[in-house]
Design a binder for this molecule. Structure first.
Ligand code: MIG
Length: 662
């Protein structure tokens, strides 16, 4: 059962696409107070667990902290961070009563989950212009399924996107890309994609190519494709201000950029220097911006990643002027009236200053909407721009597309990566917490920057990241400019990397099948143990193990120098070990606690009793995988395999009940 309540004048986000009748009166479960803005309150029972919030910080159980939905470019996020790249306002309360809440509100929204008062869950925003959805269901999982149903079918990438990808901010020339491709070939490591970061562009101008390095780009795309590698370029939110640059001129001519209150185009400095933001909330401007992707598609490109679309802002001319003025006063001041701390704050406060979001407007249905009122929708609509254009290009063809910033609703157009993480062990742990919540929000094509983006990584951390990345639909090694190089062949014994990435390819039939199942049935690909083992009081507290599909349990090693870890088995399972010498061991294990060895160069996971997991033969790329020569893992007899042609959108879904031949 789902109730929908309308308060004030909500902005239509199109997060929910099912037509639900609005309810009158007061909502069940929660108390809504409209005295000052919007306050939605629930008294938590002692053992209640709160799941959700998608790509947020901290644990699987969100209880005990405060989170703010406010799309933020924060590469330094840590456990105290309240706002991340995406804003996903869906939670499920599980315990004394089970219910879900979705607050469809695109501006800043606070989830105080037992932070101010231990037992009070409160959702707060200063203006009550929103839709509140309350979802009742037998179990937390049933609630999630109902929610997923009303937000519509999640995005499906082309099948090649289930291969492995290499990325690095700093690849500039064809030679850089060839070197990466060679590194993989020479070390016999499978790969399907190499990502192009901002340096492929001319002066960071969207939809352009560096004139010196990529003169005959279509030829280069072809060359890489003959090596079975697809190039996936980045697109940034800001459009460089430059006379003669077509995208800029078209945008200005047609009024497609975000405006200041006085009607002039809003200016923000990002990588290209001063830019304008395409007004992707305006359908006409969105159509135009989407159309720009064609320039690269016409040259053979089949996928994109959308960046900086919170949108991130280094500074604005107004902000810079105010800071400069303070600097000037500071230089002249001999009295100590201005403190160094003030100056420092003025300078560090330039980047991503939240006040900028009050300085520009979108044009929606003929009215001007101030950006801060709809802030969380920018990445969503930038990605929708591309997604809608893909539909126009060929309604039946799939493109790879994922975004940094997102809001629920965007899951129908693309996936997300979890933004700039760090080469920290804590960020390895974070992805385990994020995956099930991100799935709850409808995003299935997802994954972190494997190895960690910022800071210098270590060999063991990259391997531990890969041991999780083997299972995430988006499996991409990515790192920041200036950090230690972290392609597999930069380290000793690249064969260990080959082993893990190779296993990914053997698991693609299973992973792809589970992906399609989750799409078709509104289920979760990754879930907390408690979603299956409802009555097991230990399972509901486990935050470092996950279920994958109906078959697999993951228990990754998340700390440095560990040779294994304690694993909780809620029932007897088969432990699967892929040894470095390519032998596979399957060991029955009893329910309960075990210390499980997990070396860096092996893959270890568990299969639930009575379940079977298909395993393909080794392959060097996704198209080479033989879906018909499957081996089996686990002690089960049957598996329902979902598959399709991997390239078209029309229903080519195949559901096969596979009976295992011994
Ligand atoms: O300000 O394009 O999250 O993946 O490598 C940094 C450069 C801009 C942020 C993205 C990251 C990308 C980087 N970008």
């Amino acid at each position: 059962m789902i109730w929908k309540y309308k308060y004030g004048h909500p902005f239509e986000t199109e997060a929910v696409i099912e037509n639900i009748k609005e309810s009158e009166g007061i909502p069940p479960f929660v108390t809504v107070d409209l005295q000052q803005g919007f306050r939605c309150r629930y008294k938590l029972s002692k053992d209640d667990i709160v799941y959700g919030l998608g790509e947020a910080a901290r644990g699987i159980n969100k209880r005990g902290h405060c989170y703010i939905s406010n799309a933020s470019d924060d590469p330094d996020h840590m456990e105290s961070t309240k706002s991340m790249y995406g804003a996903h306002n869906f939670i499920v309360v599980a315990g004394a009563k089970n219910f879900g809440l979705f607050v469809d509100y695109p501006a800043k929204l606070t989830f105080d989950i037992g932070y101010t008062f231990t037992d009070i869950l409160e959702i707060i925003c200063p203006e009550a212009d929103l839709y509140l959805y309350v979802i009742e269901g037998e179990t937390p999982y049933e609630i999630v399924k109902q929610f997923r149903k009303i937000i519509g079918r999640s995005y499906i990438p082309p099948k090649f996107a289930f291969g492995f990808g290499q990325s690095r901010w700093g690849y500039k020339t064809k030679e850089d890309f060839r070197r990466a491709a060679d590194g993989y070939r020479e070390n016999h490591i499978p790969i399907d994609m190499i990502y192009m970061d901002i340096d492929y562009m001319q002066d960071f101008k969207d939809f352009t190519l560096n004139e010196e390095h990529f003169k005959d780009f279509p030829e280069f795309v072809k060359e890489m494709k003959t090596r079975n590698i697809r190039l996936i370029p980045i697109i940034d939110a800001g459009v460089k201000i430059e006379e003669g640059y077509r995208v800029y001129e078209e945008g200005v001519r047609n009024g497609y950029f975000c405006k200041r209150a006085d009607g002039s185009n809003f200016v923000a400095a990002v990588w290209p220097g001063y830019t304008h933001f395409p007004d992707v909330l305006n359908p006409e401007a969105r159509r135009w911006f989407g159309g720009c992707y064609r320039a690269l598609i016409n040259q053979g490109i089949e996928g994109f990643w959308n960046d900086m679309n919170e949108p991130a802002i280094f500074y604005t001319p107004e902000g810079l002027e105010a800071a400069s003025e303070l600097m000037r006063d500071y230089i002249e001041d001999e009295t100590g009236r201005i403190s160094i701390f003030q100056v420092r704050e003025a300078l560090t406060g330039l980047q991503n200053n939240p006040n900028y979001y009050e300085d520009f407007y979108h044009q929606v249905d003929g009215r001007m909407v101030r950006h801060d009122k709809v802030h969380n929708l920018f990445g969503y609509n930038m990605t929708k721009a591309a997604g809608e254009e893909f539909e126009r290009i060929d309604p039946d063809r799939r493109f790879l597309l994922f975004s940094r910033s997102s809001y629920i609703g965007m899951h129908r157009y693309g996936g997300i990566w979890t933004g700039d993480n760090k080469s920290w062990w804590s960020h390895l742990g974070l992805i385990v917490h994020q995956l099930p919540a991100i799935n709850m929000a409808g995003f299935l094509y997802t994954g972190p920057d494997l190895g960690g983006f910022g800071a210098d990584t270590t060999r063991d951390l990259v391997l531990r990241f890969l041991q999780i990345g083997v299972f995430t639909p988006l499996m991409r090694n990515h790192s920041a400019l200036g950090t230690r190089e972290q392609e597999p062949y930069q380290f000793e014994r690249p064969e260990d990397f080959r082993h893990l990435i190779g296993l990914r390819y053997r698991l693609v039939p299973y992973l792809y099948s589970e992906y399609l199942k989750a799409i078709e049935n509104d289920t979760l690909m990754f879930k907390a143990l408690a979603f299956e083992y409802k009555d097991d009081p230990i399972a509901s507290q486990i935050e470092d193990q996950l279920l994958l599909g109906d078959e697999i349990m993951l228990a990754p090693v998340l700390t440095q120098n560990a040779t294994g870890r304690a694993v909780y088995l809620p029932q007897a399972m088969t432990k699967v070990v892929f040894h470095a010498d390519e032998t596979i061991e399957q060991i029955p294990m009893d329910a309960g606690w075990h210390f499980v060895d997990y070396p860096l160069n092996e893959l270890v996971f568990f299969i639930r009793p009575g379940k079977a997991v298909p395993l393909a033969k080794a392959a060097r790329r996704v198209t080479d995988i033989d879906w018909n020569a499957l081996e089996w893992l686990g002690d089960g007899r049957e598996y329902t395999l979902y598959d399709d042609d991997g390239t078209t959108k029309e229903d080519t879904l195949i559901i096969k009940n596979l009976e295992r031949q011994k």
